[in-house]
Design a protein around this ligand. Sequence first.
Ligand SMILES: [Zn+2]
Length: 294
Amino acid sequence: MQRRFRLIALLAALMLLGGCAQPSPAPDDTFTVVTSFYPMYVLTANVVGDAQGVELVNMAEQQTGCLHDYQLLPADMQALERADVFVINGAGMESFMSRVSEQFADLTVITASEGVEMILDAYGEPNAHVWLDPARAAQQVENIAGALAAADPQRAEIYRQNGTAYAQRLRELGEELRAQLADAPRRDIITFHEAFPYFAEAFDLNIAAVIEREPGSEPTTQEIARTVDIVREAGIKALFVEPQYPDRAAETIARETGASLYTLDPIVTGELSGDAYEEKMRQNAATLLEALGS
Ligand SMILES: [Zn+2]
């Protein structure tokens, strides 16, 4: 769907370049749902399911990762132009929202994290990565389903049924993984990028240190040295990197301390598939079991 949209956008751009500006295509019956980034796409895809006449478009490239400092691209603006609703995570993840509401004052925005209990950082700001707790992700799904039902009443029943079923599956997934991890003898983890406090809370893990506050901000040598001390003092054997970000600092710390590197996936990139959240969470739990188990 995204590819088809790109083609349309390209054709429209060519026509503009050619000096024959066309009015935008006539509105049709398609209900277009645009999601801000990968995890919102995956959750929303399960709510939409196979509802007829609904087009689901992910705005940011699926390999973009978190949107913390994301700048909207012309293609994003064109996607929003066509949107009937825009599903965002909220809690500050989409830092470009003031521009969106300026430009698209009438666009219905669905904030998936609304009413979800937030974990605050040292500065009192909410951490945005709420979807990494399956129970909170289930709440996000219910929010999305309720808001889609309100925005598109003719398919309300489908959204509600799909949303209820998927939210239930996510809660069960959370309980299943919590049970799997309950007996892991070690609970301290060190991560890179502040994506995991909700995950840690869900599975009773303790984040002993976060090495980079956000992707792209390299830790200083003092920060690395301090982390090496934490790893040594706490006897931490496992460091968790993310597939999306380079791990030079992690490699340095691993070399200095003899700890092993493992990959935890914050589910911000991947295949645009409805099963992705459950698969990646299971993989994360398996990784943790291996890393903390012995
Ligand atoms: Zn992030």
